[in-house]
Design a protein around this ligand. Structure first.
Ligand code: PHE
Length: 451
């Protein structure tokens, strides 16, 4: 223990378990519905190339910074910042708050995914065209009670896993959920690219087309890397705090972004060809997953089977992400408020559930109640977290690691005082001090509409 504060801390049982859990946090709705769409729209292969470069520069660098801070302090995000520099505790607190807020809407979407899984499984959906699919989505999300009930069930599943702790809960679940997700995704990708006429979708997704790219695409790509890797809200600090001192942060920090990107690309291959084959247009956001895809499955041979597989895999992806969000809150309550894990998990879940109700109602009776100008509760929380708190948290993290704690101290932790080789020390130091903050600042200004 580095400082004696975080004693009796739960730890990962195995390295594979840790990796499955971190990749599980990273792989989520961002990979499965947002990435394929923005990659296609942003120039296919050209976008992909650019995305990969940013993943290496930003993803790898910041993931490593967060894991390092967590493992060094063995504390929750707030405690981690505070133990190094007291005045910075609020940055950690903001990260925890971000995770808390994101849960409000993320678990509502988790509830929708659950509903779609159940509906396809029991044969309530199927054979629908686009108009019918749209109507179904609107009537389900617009109703008052049903989505809230599904959200509650989804949250309870998250709670059930976090309740049992790091190695017995999160790690165990991730070791089952993530490999299953991967296998399902491969099956779906193979199905999609072997459909007659799949080439058009593959071309749209992978063929480089620089004319579809502009400065906006590049900023979108940066923001996507950040969101997709679950950076800026203390998740990797928290998961890093359960690592033992012998663990190898260098290779983990490379593996996590890599695996996340592989899943995003597979998702594109599983989704876009099928969308084109059946004559649809890829749509943005919820429309693609809950309107277009159900219509695609409705027309595909054995569509119901593939739909069940698909929504189950999305469910797993969402679940491993909400687990990590809840865990950030739980570890804070355990460290700082001296709650037992069980009490912390139950209270945090209860509070999140209460706030998820207005998020759910935002699709129905609360649609026109605005919180931020022109935005209902759901969109306000999404805007506040994704566009403001995440980039701000990331920017401050880089400044903290690069300039306040100092790269020398960080490198000492990364290399276990020289025991582990890390050949890119000077490159990483340069990236975390100068390049990553600059990139994140650009994302931030763009998100605010300033550039
Ligand atoms: N990384 C997740 C995704 O790609 C999203 C997420 C963001 C999860 C923040 C947890 C926290 O969907």
């Amino acid at each position: 223990m580095s400082n004696g504060i975080g004693t009796n801390r739960d730890q990962w049982g195995t390295r594979a378990g840790f990796l499955m859990a971190t990749v599980g946090s990273a792989v989520g709705l961002g990979n499965l519905w947002r990435f394929p769409y923005i990659a296609g729209e942003g120039g296919g292969g050209a976008f992909l190339l650019f995305y990969l470069i940013i993943v290496v520069i930003l993803g790898f660098t910041v993931t490593m910074a967060e894991l390092t801070l967590g493992r060094h302090t063995q504390l929750n995000p707030m405690g981690a910042y505070r133990s190094i520099k007291k005045k910075w505790a609020w940055v950690g607190r903001m990260a925890i708050l971000t995770a808390f807020l994101i849960m409000f809407y993320y678990c509502v979407i988790g509830g929708w995914v659950l509903k779609y899984f159940v509906a396809f499984l029991t044969g309530q959906f199927g054979g629908s065209n686009l108009a019918a699919s749209k109507a179904l989505f609107a009537s389900f999300t617009g109703s008052t009670f049903e989505p809230i009930i599904y959200t509650a069930i989804f949250l309870l599943a998250t709670l059930a896993i976090v309740y049992f702790g790091v190695s017995r809960g999160i790690e165990k679940a991730s070791r089952v959920l993530m490999p299953t997700l991967f296998v399902f995704l491969i099956i779906l990708a193979i199905r999609a690219i072997t459909l007659p006429g799949a080439a058009e979708g593959i071309r749209y997704f992978l063929l480089p087309d620089f004319s579809r790219m502009d400065s906006q695409t590049i900023l979108t790509a940066m923001g996507q890397v950040f969101y997709s890797l679950s950076l800026g809200m203390g998740i990797m600090i928290t998961y890093g705090s359960y690592l033992d001192k012998q663990s190898d942060i260098v290779s983990s920090s490379a593996f996590i972004p890599l695996a996340d990107t592989v899943v995003a690309i597979l998702a594109g291959l599983a989704i876009l060809p099928a969308v084109f084959v059946f004559g649809f247009q890829p749509d943005a956001g919820p429309g693609l997953m809950f309107v277009t895809l159900p219509a695609v499955f409705g027309q595909m041979p054995l569509g119901r089977f593939f739909a069940v597989l698909f929504f189950l895999l999305v469910l797993f992806a969402a679940l491993t992400s909400t687990i990590s969000l809840l865990e950030v809150n739980v570890t804070y309550l355990i460290d700082e408020k001296k709650f037992s894990r069980r009490k912390a998990a139950i209270w945090a879940t209860l509070l999140i559930f209460i706030f998820s109700i207005p998020a759910s109602l935002s699709m129905g009776s609360w649609a026109d109640i605005h919180f931020l100008p022109g935005m209902n509760f759901f969109s306000s929380i999404d805007y506040l977290t994704s566009n403001i708190m995440l980039p701000l948290g990331g920017l401050l993290l880089c400044i903290f690691i690069g300039w306040v704690w100092g790269v020398d101290n960080a490198v000492k932790e990364i290399t276990n005082d020289g025991a582990i080789s890390f050949r890119m020390v000077s490159l990483w130091s340069f990236l975390i001090k100068y390049v990553a903050p600059l990139f994140i600042l650009l994302i931030f200004l763009n998100a605010l509409g300033i550039i």
